[in-house]
Ligand binder design. Structure first.
Ligand code: HEM
Length: 485
């Protein structure tokens, strides 16, 4: 009996040891596997942060903070957790926010390798299966390359200079007659006319009201709550997408039936290349419209707002452009490519407006594998929100960051265009293909606006900066022609 008890105890003891030994081996094996998989020496841990309320996360707090100050949310989180923190935002619970310029650059430059652009299903429904932001891999590289080609610096003079000036000058003549205008809305209309002309060779808005209404609804839906219920902006946008696609396919058919008609639009170029299916071309045209319309026009209106509030900057800009016109002689009104290249201070104004308005406040990416950052890990499948606006407004990287100081961009100034704390057009494989065009449009607009007009702001107007920057009343101003001076 004693022997039996002893042997049971002994066998239990033996089993305990065996069990512990097996667990230890399994743990070691697993640890080794983690180590092998990610190269970690310590057990991986998530970035610091909090998940906030269930489902809503910290979205409401983010939006409320954004109303009072554009840095509050980031300052508080950065102080508590550092520049890369876990944060449930915009319906994504497994998410990390980065306001670290070097990490932001790393994320954007590793597009397609370690990270991948991730758009929501509702956004994808609007932009379509082939809308560039939702396309990945080889196809993204091909469409992106085509877009870069369409808008490259060298094409601006031949493909855009004439049309931009014609459309902007015609627009400004009408503004002059009207006198009092909501500038932001007028800039939207003018750039929409330009994009419709350049993409599809459509005549100006007044002649095609339905199509332009559909453009408006389409862009409105992208920035709205994704509720597909009749009467909502989102539902109107889905409907508008259908109308626009029909129109684009009609244009494609016309161009095929009448190849002899000469057209200088981007649809014709895409068809001539013969690389893409009609479906891809239609979604690409729609995406270019979305990407190129509200962005540039909003920057134009914000540049005028900032100049209005900073008379010294306005006077310096006006002096540069009055001198340019004087050197050309009065009757030669239109600018040449050489004129554009001779402009200096205007680029400081444009850079500073990009920084301060931060028209694309953030971009989002999904980690394609576990990503080691400092001593923590962002697991595969998590979202990284790269907050461009937060680094643009960070006092650590830009002195007096909330002030409009275009001189900081002058030669010998402290700011550099290739710095990762300044990335208004993103970086890497999704770097904005429209960046040269955007600068060009804004420069031609500002040149004409400050040389033709003086203006006064008619009433105070509040700027909001989320989702896209906008002015609540559309920046109402009264124009005075400078021809009478
Ligand atoms: C103020 C003007 C503009 C700003 C600040 C801006 C900013 C940006 C940014 C930050 C991205 C990168 C998105 C990401 O990484 O996920 C982007 C992408 C893009 N932009 Fe722009 N943009 C502007 C104007 C334009 C214009 C005028 C066009 C074309 C007509 C354009 C076409 C595009 C396209 C097609 C993409 C998608 C690239 C891809 O996903 O491969 N943008 N833009």
């Amino acid at each position: 009996m004693e022997q039996l008890i002893y042997s049971i105890a002994y066998s239990n003891w033996f089993l305990w040891v065996l069990g512990l030994f097996t667990c230890a081996i399994l743990l070691l094996l697993r640890w080794g596997k983690d180590e092998q998989r990610d190269g970690f020496e310590i057990k991986p841990k998530l970035p610091p942060g909090s998940s906030g309320l269930p489902f809503i996360g910290e979205t409401i707090r983010f939006l409320l903070d954004a109303k009072s100050s554009r840095r509050k949310f980031f300052d508080e989180h950065e102080l508590r957790y550092g520049p890369i923190f876990r944060c449930s935002l915009f319906g994504r619970t497994r998410a990390v926010v980065s306001v670290d310029p070097e990490f932001n650059k790393y994320v954007l430059q590793n597009e397609g390798r370690l990270f991948e652009s991730n758009v929501t299903a509702s956004f994808r429904n609007i932009i379509g299966k082939y809308g560039l932001a939702g396309v990945h891999g080889e196809l993204q590289r091909k469409i992106h390359g085509t877009a870069v080609n369409l808008f490259k610096y060298e094409t601006l003079s031949s493909d855009f200079m004439e049309d931009i000036q014609d459309i902007f000058l015609a627009g400004m003549r009408k503004w002059e007659e009207q006198g009092d205008i909501p500038l932001q809305h007028k800039c939207h209309q003018m750039v929409l006319n330009l994009m419709a002309k350049k993409l599809l060779d459509l005549p100006p808005a007044e002649e095609m009201k339905d199509i332009y209404k559909a453009f408006d609804d389409f862009v409105g839906a992208i920035l709205s709550l994704p509720l597909n219920i009749p009467g909502t902006s989102y539902a109107r946008g889905i409907q508008a997408r259908g109308i626009l696609l029909k129109r684009i396919h009609k244009c494609i058919k016309e161009r095929r039936q009448h190849p002899d008609v000469v057209r200088n639009d981007l649809l014709t170029k895409l068809l001539r290349e013969g690389t893409f299916s009609d479906e891809i071309i239609a979604d690409t045209i729609l995406f270019l419209l979305f990407a190129g319309f509200e962005t540039s026009s909003t920057v134009m209106a914000f540049a005028v707002k900032y100049l209005t509030e900073n008379p010294r900057a306005l006077e310096e800009l006006r002096a540069e452009h009055d001198a340019l016109l004087k050197a050309k002689g009065k009757d030669n009104e239109k600018l040449t490519w050489n004129d554009y290249q001779s402009m200096k201070f205007i680029h400081c104004v444009i850079n500073e407006t990009f920084r301060l308005a931060s028209i694309v406040p953030f971009v989002s990416r999904e980690a394609k594998q576990d990503i080691k950052v400092k001593d923590f890990v962002i697991p595969k499948g998590w979202t990284v929100y790269v907050f461009l606006s937060a680094t643009h407004l960070d006092e650590k990287y830009h002195y007096e960051a909330t002030k409009f100081l275009p001189w900081r961009w002058q030669n010998g100034g402290q700011e550099k265009l290739d710095d990762p704390c300044y990335m208004p057009f993103g970086r890497g494989g999704r770097l904005c293909p429209g960046l040269h065009l955007a600068r060009f449009e804004i420069a031609l607009f500002l040149h004409n606006f400050v040389t033709k007009f003086r203006w006064e702001q008619l009433e105070a107007d509040r700027a909001t900066y989320f989702l896209l920057p906008s002015m609540e009343k559309g920046f109402p101003i009264r124009l005075y022609s400078r021809a009478d001076e």
